[in-house]
Ligand binder design. Structure first.
Ligand code: FEO
Ligand code: CA
Ligand code: CA
Ligand code: CA
Length: 505
């Protein structure tokens, strides 16, 4: 614990851990409750826009510093034809189906508030901020790939989809990550190179052009965690959720100037993109010069990699070419607010028999996020001993607990190697003290669901959480495997965002 520079609160955080379960319910410890704030299909504003499908990352933006009213950015990762667009006809989607497919992915900006009269969190559907960003919204491209041949000369592109996790910038905008974009791009007949980027949105300002920052690379982006180098350059850590894929960081060319506010967004347009070499503990810069040197004598590669735009667009290939270490599906990467170490959830990789995944921790040289050398260790391993399998999103509380949600695939839950884990869950893992590395289960998801995007309000009295894909294994729509959130008069399972209360930190 010698790296600590911020002391965890003394009070501690106590709860009675729950048992594993396969109940069709969001199960919480005694003394906690949840309110459903928005579910698929709910109207979010006066225009009649609706909440998208399979909500994932959530990010709370206080309105006037309030812990009881704010905007909530929510990612929508993918759709399920059974509930959204319907099945293909003759192997193809009709234009109206494609529209549904694209509309129900992307993100939602909703306004949420705590209604003291009934002690419940609710969505304010009269909000003037509430709006959708979807697979149909026009995006500006920034950075090295903008306007180049590899993206067909595009300077703006259609839509965002496959939005998994994300992060908050230092200037109070949201970064949202395009992850498994390939299938939707294919189904909608869209250019593959226009997706797989990190997007930026200002939830408060519809006039802030939504943008895709190509300098941060194109891959199967899970999340984006922003920090500062000691010399004030902006650093963004990123995972690439694919088997045998790498961990990345972007370091801006210029320094962060707080007084410039949202104009700091420009910092994400120019800088160095690095890939992690875990064996040598070094960050390798993905530059066109380095790639061309490594590609010498290989005409096919030299043809492919001619500009920095080609490098960021074909990032996975460039990373492996230069010596990036393939890892076991790096999902969330988060910077500890207590000691500047960085945690990565490697969810699993059945290619190597890593069925339960692990959480890695690495420490940059001298604790500087701008460093090009680091050390690393396995912080916690999934499995029966720890009680969790397939760690995915990560977040911290003020007691230096790492919270992780798990994502055992819905088709594997409660069987085979995953029998004893029950439904997916959420776990609390102390990162300091005598319980360091021990996972305590805080929540369990309804049938087939995964819990995603945990986000505390600043006072930590509320935790927003997505319940994604309940009932995903349903074959007969009249007999779904889950009916959560158990709305009166319907059997349909609906992905939904909940607000959990009952915290006493
Ligand atoms: Fe969409 Fe990597 O989880
Ligand atoms: Ca995820
Ligand atoms: Ca996952
Ligand atoms: Ca998911």
């Amino acid at each position: 614990d010698s790296l600590l520079h911020v002391k965890p609160k003394k009070k501690g955080f106590k709860f009675t851990p729950i048992e594993t379960t396969n109940k069709d319910e969001l199960v919480l410890p005694k003394g906690f409750k949840y309110d459903v704030v928005a579910a698929y299909g709910d109207v979010i504003n006066g225009k009649g826009d609706t909440f998208g499908f399979n909500n994932d990352f959530t990010l709370y933006f206080p309105i006037q510093n309030s812990n009881e009213r704010g905007l909530l950015w929510v990612n929508h990762e993918y759709t399920n034809p059974l509930y959204v667009e319907g099945e293909k006809v003759n192997g193809k989607y009709a234009p109206t189906q494609i529209e549904k497919l694209l509309y129900n992915q992307g993100g939602s900006i909703i306004e949420v508030y705590y209604d003291k009269k009934v002690n419940k969190w609710k969505m304010d559907a009269t909000s003037t901020y509430a709006r959708r960003v979807t697979g149909l919204t026009s995006f500006a491209l920034t950075g090295p790939a903008k306007g180049t041949k590899v993206v067909n000369g595009a300077t703006s592109v259609q839509g965002t989809f496959a939005n998994c996790s994300g992060g908050k910038t230092l200037w109070n905008t949201v970064l949202s990550c395009e992850e498994n974009f390939e299938e939707t791009a294919n189904n909608a007949g869209l250019n593959q190179t226009h997706y797989g980027w990190v997007i930026e949105v200002d939830p408060f300002d519809p006039n802030f052009a939504v943008r895709k920052h190509t300098a941060l690379g194109r891959f199967n982006h899970e999340n984006a965690s922003m920090g500062l180098a000691k010399d004030q350059r902006v650093v963004v850590y990123m995972g690439d959720d694919k088997k045998d894929a790498c961990v990345y960081k972007f370091v801006s060319k210029d320094k962060y100037v707080p007084a410039l506010g949202k104009a700091n967004s420009r910092l994400l347009e120019e800088g160095n993109l690095y890939v992690a070499d875990f064996k040598k503990g070094r960050w390798i810069a993905l530059t066109i010069e380095a790639v061309q040197k490594a590609a010498a004598g290989k005409p096919e590669l030299l043809e492919k990699f001619q500009t920095q735009g080609d490098v960021v667009t074909n990032c996975q290939e460039a990373a492996l070419l230069l010596g990036g270490t393939p890892t076991d599906r790096p999902e969330d990467v988060e910077i500890s607010p207590f000691d500047s170490s960085i945690f990565i959830a490697h969810t699993n990789n059945d290619k190597h028999g890593n069925l339960h995944g692990h959480i890695t921790r690495f420490i940059e040289k001298k604790g500087d996020h701008g460093a090009t050398e680091f050390e690393y260790e396995i912080f916690a391993a999934g499995g029966r001993q720890s009680g969790f399998s397939a760690p995915d999103n990560l977040t911290f509380d003020s007691n230096a607990n790492l919270w992780t949600v798990t994502d055992i695939s819905s088709s594997s839950l409660n069987q085979g190697a995953w029998t004893s884990f029950g439904n997916n869950g959420m776990f609390v893992i102390p990162t300091v003290g005598q319980d360091k590395g021990i996972a305590w289960q805080f929540a369990a998801a309804p049938m087939d669901a995964e819990l995603t995007g945990p986000c505390f309000t600043p006072n930590e009295k509320t935790l927003f959480l997505s319940v994604q894909h309940p009932g995903e294994e349903t074959e007969d729509i009249n007999n779904p495997t889950s009916t959560w959130p158990h709305r009166k008069g319907e059997k349909m399972p609906r992905p939904a965002v909940v607000a959990i209360t009952g915290f006493k930190f």
